[in-house]
Design a protein around this ligand. Structure first.
Ligand code: ATP
Length: 493
């Protein structure tokens, strides 16, 4: 990471704290690693991102419906899905510092270093060796590679390593009063399984016909060993997932459609296309038949924000096997080739899975600008969040020019007429310029000032966040002016 991007990232993190977007969890107790709280501005931005996703999925598609399944589920679900046996990372400990690392990430860092030093062929060779060891789950080989590469613990500076072991990422807890092995349940590490086990409930009660989708937003939990880069890798995070159930044989076509549709959703926010790229998974999970990530160019490099996966009929078949309940769908449509209905089958699934917290960080980084406003006479600058108006936590701020002459009352009256439609903020403290800066810092698209002229002709000044231009408009037009700019139509229309 170069100095300036490092600086940018640090500034975004401190801005997020200073203006009530993101706080470290349990801060007064020195924090809890990889857990964060969203503050007064953050919760609004997060809710707006959820709304954007939900509307794009559920409201805009008549064959996609929502679901809110419980975080706790029957423990056999995680046996069936493969998470109990396979959802783990290879870990290694340094015996001198007692610090734990992901073996593959130590090697990844080494590969990046070799690349940086121009030792491309060595880097490629190591990558290949590591991929083979990971694929074969050859843990001793991973350790050998770490030793061969003379990789040292950054804390102790020694290469005194333990063996590599698999570490399951699921959190577990106990139900009921008596702690007993059989009562162990897990905090879900993904929201998808809640959709799989409910798919027939939704299909039957909603009379859904294939192809159809089920969308869900909810918390997921992973005991990530290395927690770094702020809200990129958290132990408690939120996912927005949609599982699309299709006829076997049509999955490739649907995969391509969703892959394109999801990037379009990201780009509609006005993000520079060059900041995004697709990354194809070359090492597919054994049951998957295609997988792409959508990656964003964060200050610390390209990083996955969303995955689009073709999961075949693996999960549903596993649940049929483990629950001994039929997971088949009856397709009444006539197959043009045979002239008969397609009949019973277990659908194939295309999944789109986006991390809400990563989307949140991406949005903050994209929007953050330290703008130089200096003129020949004086130096000046502002920090502005150029959020899409539909995402902005506060849509407009209402300022009485002064605290007297009935201006606060008039400002309150204007606010009361608008607050049913928009999230607004009232501010009367400090000079107007200072109040503008505070609103710029949280991305408020409009500041509305009520002055003495307002009392005479019911006009106000409206100041635009991006251009900083001001104009005088009748107060009764505010609803339309604000409404037009912050409308979801601008993103979804
Ligand atoms: P990574 O390789 O970065 O660990 P993953 O491939 O395990 O991610 P998926 O299981 O595909 O991620 O989860 C879907 C999405 O959930 C990811 O694209 C990411 O945005 C988000 N996500 C996954 N793990 C975390 C986490 N620990 N903290 C925040 N978001 C996460």
């Amino acid at each position: 990471m170069s100095n300036s991007t490092d600086e940018l990232f640090k500034n975004v993190i401190s801005h997020a704290k200073e203006y009530g977007f993101v706080f470290q969890s349990s801060e007064i107790y020195d924090g809890l690693s990889a857990v964060y709280d969203y503050g007064q501005a953050g919760v609004e931005l997060k809710n707006n991102l959820k709304t954007y996703w939900w509307k794009a999925m559920v409201q805009m598609h008549d064959n996609i419906v929502g679901l809110d399944s419980a975080i706790f589920m029957h423990p056999t679900i995680w046996k069936a899905s493969g998470h109990v046996d396979g959802f783990s990372d290879p870990m290694i400990d340094n015996k001198d510092s007692n610090k734990r690392y992901r073996a593959d990430q130590l090697l990844e860092d080494r590969i990046a270093k070799l690349d940086e030093e121009g030792k491309t062929s060595e880097a490629e060779e190591l990558q290949l060796e590591m991929d083979n060891a990971l694929k074969a789950e050859d843990l001793p080989r991973l350790k050998e590679l770490i030793i061969e590469q003379n990789i040292k613990c950054p804390v102790s500076g020694t290469a005194n390593w333990t063996d590599v072991r698999q570490f399951n990422l699921m959190f577990s807890t106990q139900v009921g009063a008596i702690a007993d092995e059989s009562d162990t349940i897990y905090l879900r590490p993904e929201t998808a399984q809640g959709i799989f086990v409910n798919y027939l409930n939704v299909q039957k009660s909603g009379r859904m016909k294939i192809p159809f989708g089920i969308a869900q937003i909810g918390k997921a939990f992973r005991n990530e060993v290395i927690a770094r880069q702020f809200i990129i890798r958290m132990r408690e995070f939120e996912q927005m997932e949609m599982q699309y159930f299709v006829r076997p044989g049509t999955q490739k076509e649907w995969f391509e459609k969703w892959k394109a549709a999801r990037l379009k959703w990201h780009l509609a926010l006005g993000t520079d296309e060059a900041k995004y790229r697709y990354h194809e998974h070359t090492k597919l999970a054994f049951y998957a038949d295609a997988a792409y990530d959508i990656e964003f160019d964060f200050p610390f490099g390209f990083k996955e924000v969303e995955g689009i996966h073709s999961r075949t009929n693996y999960d549903l078949s596993q649940h049929e096997k483990f629950s001994r309940k039929k997971m088949q769908y009856f397709d009444p449509e006539v197959d043009p080739e045979t002239g008969k209905p397609f009949g019973n089958y277990i659908p194939y699934v295309i999944e789109t899975s986006i991390g809400l917290d990563r989307m949140f960080l991406l949005t903050m980084i994209n929007a953050y600008e330290e703008e130089d406003l200096s003129t020949e006479e004086k130096q000046d600058s502002r920090t502005v969040l150029r959020l899409h108006p539909a995402l902005a936590p506060v849509k407009a701020a209402i300022f009485p020019l002064t605290k007297k002459d009935g201006l606060p009352e008039k400002a309150r009256e204007i606010m009361d007429a608008l607050k049913l439609n928009f999230n607004l903020q009232y501010e009367e403290k400090d000079a107007i310029g200072k109040r503008y800066r505070r609103q710029d810092a949280i991305g408020t698209p409009f500041c509305i000032t009520v002055d003495h002229q307002t009392l005479e002709d019911n006009t106000v000044t409206i100041r635009h966040r991006d251009s900083m231009a001001q104009e005088r408009v009748p107060a009764d037009q505010l609803e339309k002016i604000i409404g037009d700019l912050v409308s979801w139509k601008n993103l979804l229309g």
